[in-house]
Design a protein around this ligand. Sequence first.
Ligand SMILES: Nc1ncnc2c1ncn2[C@@H]1O[C@H](COP(=O)(O)OP(=O)(O)OP(=O)(O)O)[C@@H](O)[C@H]1O
Ligand code: SF4
Ligand SMILES: [Mg+2]
Length: 347
Amino acid sequence: MATSRATGRALARRLLEVSDLRKHYRARAGLLAALHGQTRSVPAVDGVSFALTEHETLGLVGESGCGKTTIGRIILGVTRATSGRVVFDGHDITALPMRALRPLRKQMQMIFQDLDAALNPRMRVRDILREAITLHERLDHPEVTRRTAELLDQVNLQSGKLASFPHELSGGEKRRVGIARVLAVGARFIVADEPTSALDVSIQAQIVNLLRDLQVRLGLSYLFISHDLEVVELVSHRVAVMYLGKIVEIGPADRVARAARHPYTSILWSSLVEKRSQEVPRTGGNGAAAWGVFDFERPGQGCRFAPRCPVYEATGRPAVCTDPASEPPLRDLGDGHSVACHFPLPR
Ligand SMILES: Nc1ncnc2c1ncn2[C@@H]1O[C@H](COP(=O)(O)OP(=O)(O)OP(=O)(O)O)[C@@H](O)[C@H]1O
Ligand code: SF4
Ligand SMILES: [Mg+2]
């Protein structure tokens, strides 16, 4: 299903384009270095490019600390990029003055992992929604009431909840209010950062279905960040896999999930594959549990995945993999499937 959806999407209009995005944080390098005022640079996002079309969901996966949230925050202007470009709906938002940015910003919103992040604990749901509805336009009371009812309907929340404070709501209800809030502001593009991780399993499915339903009804586009690979595969048209600040594979969701060409992607999904069918990972590795500790601040030379790569080991540690001048670029293998590896796994 994901393939046909992805093919149809090739005709859709490009909504977002991210080019060579970088965010290098400065971090203290230990007590001694700190005393001497030395800092190290953390390449949280290190040259990331991708595009998103209207009505599309791009899943973004990768282990903790690989830079997923930072990308979302840069796109929405919450975090400033070290370099790179973000074009939204044809406008280079990294170069626009604040005034020109405002109408575009309201179309780009974030659903935070923290259920309480966007909900003022001292405001009732009614006021949270009213504040969002009137953030960018003056509306009279009947129009606010009409719009509030419409939002409740869109996120399947009972009107009785309007009088509640956030702490009186369940996790699922808080998430629904959070979604209503971003819709109220006028979102077309939503960064959904782990939107289900803080919820009970039964509620997770409801929220996933709600997000998919809203996409169809309102034509939303999502950057869907999640550790839950099963959910990512289900909701995404395409999936991008990150490793240490870089995208190492991007393509149609079913291909990335079931016919990965990058060793990291294959291992990442192997635990899910094992769960589903007791299948042996294609790389011959034994899953994430076999991985050692890595130093995020010193990613190594050449391919960043080399210190953990089973293909590198199995092929006699080819020099090109650790050649500082040969960091593998993302190469298009056809049909919108790209991989950053000198020795992609066979089809
Ligand atoms: N404000 C900051 N200052 C310094 N380093 C930061 C800052 N924010 C994030 N980082 C570092 O940048 C890297 C990427 O962080 P980010 O939160 O984007 O990762 P993530 O992929 O979203 O992880 P998770 O899956 O755990 O949410 C991490 O090493 C993190 O420690
Ligand atoms: S380039 Fe080499 S080290 Fe990197 S993922 Fe591919 S085979 Fe492994
Ligand atoms: Mg994160």
